[in-house]
Design a protein around this ligand. Structure first.
Ligand code: FAQ
Length: 325
C-alpha cells in the first residue's frame, strides 16, 4: 500500500526533475535539505529515519532496566554511558528527520498512536545480566552491520549523523562482547546464563534486518535512491558470517542445528527466523510491546510540563530580544 503510494506519487513528479534527481544519486552526490527531491524520497526517509530514531529511544528501556542492578560500579557506569549514548543517537536522528519538514513532536505522536514503528528487537525482555552482554554483542552488532553502509546513504544529514553513531555503536558492541567474555570465563552458572541469553537473542537479532528480500516492499525503491545501500538478506548474511566465529571464540553454541559453513558460497547456511513471530511482534503482540508503549506514553505525558516550560521560556526570550531591537 505504502510502496504503491510512493510509486503513484513518483509518477506525479515532473519526469525531467525526476531524471535529474536520479542522475545525481547515480553519480553518488549527496542530497541536501533544500534540494529538490521527489515526495516519495522525502516520505521514505522520514519513515526510515523516524523509525530508526524511535528505536534508539525505545532501545534504552531494556538496558535501562539493568542500570540499578549492574554487578559492579564500573559495569554500572559503562551501561549508563551506553544508555545515554542511545538518547544522543535518537536526537541526532530526529534532527536529521526534521530537515525533511516534520517535527520531532509529530514523529513522537506518530509513534505513540502506532503510525510509526520501532525496531522489533526491543519488544523482547532482558531477563538476566547476561542479556546486557547479548544486547551489546548481538543487537549493537546487527545495528552496526546495518548502519556502517548508511554512512554513505544519499541523504546528507542522515549520512553525517551515522558517522558518529557508528563510532559509538562499535564501543557498545565491544562492551557487550566483553560482558559475554567475562561470563563465559566464569562459573558454570554464568556460562549457562550466557548461553541462555544467546539462545533467546539469536533469532530476534536476525529479524532486525527486516523481512527476507522477497517480502521487503521498500528495498527495491530504497536501493535505487541509495537510501538503503544493501538488501536485508545481504546484511543478515554478513552478520551471521561475522558473529558465528565470535560465538565459537566464546565457547557458546548458536541455537541453530542447521548452521553449516558452505565451502561453495563461502558463507554460513542458516535457519531463517520465524517470520510469523516477526509479524506478530510488528502487529504489537510481542512479549513487551505493551510495556514499551506504556513507558513511552507515560514519559510523554509526565514530560508535558517540561516542554510547556521550555516553550514559555523561549517565547519570553523572543519577546525580550524583539523589545531590545
Ligand atoms: N522492526 O520493506 P522493508 C538500534 C518494517 S538500531 C520493526 O524491508 P525497510 C541501536 C518496515 O518498517 C535498530 N519493523 O522495510 C540500538 C516496513 O514497515 P512499514 C534500528 C520492521 O525500511 C542498539 C516493513 O517492515 N535500526 O536500535 C523491521 O526497507 C541497542 C517492510 O520492511 C534502523 O532502523 C524491524 N526489525 O527496511 C539501540 C536502521 N524490519 O513502515 C539501543 C535503519 C522491517 O512499511 C540498544 N533502518 N520493518 O509499515 C533500515 O535500515 C530499514 O528500515 C530496515 C527495514 C532494514 C530496518
Amino acid at each position: 500500500m505504502y510502496a504503491q503510494m510512493i510509486k503513484s506519487e513518483a509518477s506525479q513528479d515532473d519526469p525531467e526533475k525526476l531524471a535529474a534527481f536520479q542522475a545525481r544519486i547515480d553519480r553518488g552526490e549527496k542530497i541536501e535539505p533544500k534540494d529538490w527531491m521527489p515526495e516519495g524520497y522525502r516520505k521514505t526517509l522520514i519513515r526510515q529515519i523516524g523509525q530508526h530514531a524511535h528505536s534508539e529511544i525505545v532501545g534504552q528501556l531494556p538496558e535501562g532496566n539493568w542500570v540499578t542492578r549492574a554487578p559492579t560500579l564500573e559495569r554500572k557506569a559503562i551501561l549508563l554511558a551506553k544508555v545515554q549514548d542511545e538518547a544522543g543517537h535518537g536526537l541526532y536522528l530526529y534532527c536529521a528527520a526534521e530537515t525533511l519538514g516534520i517535527s520531532r513532536d509529530e514523529m513522537t505522536e506518530m509513534l505513540l498512536d502506532g503510525r510509526m514503528k520501532y525496531s522489533s528487537i526491543f519488544n523482547y525482555p532482558t531477563l538476566t545480566w547476561a542479556d546486557m552482554g547479548a544486547v551489546g554483542w548481538l543487537v549493537d552488532g546487527a545495528a552496526i552491520m546495518n548502519q556502517v553502509p548508511l554512512q554513505r546513504t544519499s541523504y546528507g544529514p542522515y549520512a553525517r549523523a551515522m558517522v558518529r553513531i557508528c563510532k559509538e555503536e562499535s564501543f557498545h558492541q565491544r562492551q557487550g562482547f566483553d560482558v559475554m567474555m567475562k561470563m563465559c570465563q566464569g562459573s558454570e552458572a554464568q556460562k549457562r546464563m550466557a548461553q541462555d541469553a544467546l539462545n533467546r537473542f539469536w533469532f530476534p537479532s536476525l529479524m532486525m534486518f527486516g523481512p527476507s528480500d522477497k517480502d521487503s516492499k521498500h528495498s527495491a525503491q530504497s536501493m535505487k535512491w541509495r537510501i538503503k545501500m544493501n538488501t536485508n538478506d545481504e546484511l543478515r548474511q554478513k552478520f551471521v558470517d561475522q558473529t558465528v566465529p565470535q560465538a565459537e571464540y566464546l565457547g557458546l553454541t548458536v541455537p541453530d542445528p542447521d548452521l553449516t559453513w558452505n565451502e561453495e558460497t563461502g558463507h554460513y547456511d542458516f535457519t531463517e527466523p520465524d517470520w510469523a513471530e516477526f509479524m506478530e511482534v510488528l502487529a504489537g503482540n510481542g512479549p513487551c510491546n505493551r510495556d514499551r508503549m506504556e513507558a513511552r506514553n507515560r514519559a510523554w505525558d509526565e514530560g508535558a510540563w517540561v516542554r510547556e516550560g521550555l516553550m514559555a521560556h523561549a517565547t519570553k526570550q523572543r519577546a525580550v530580544s524583539v523589545a531590545a531591537e
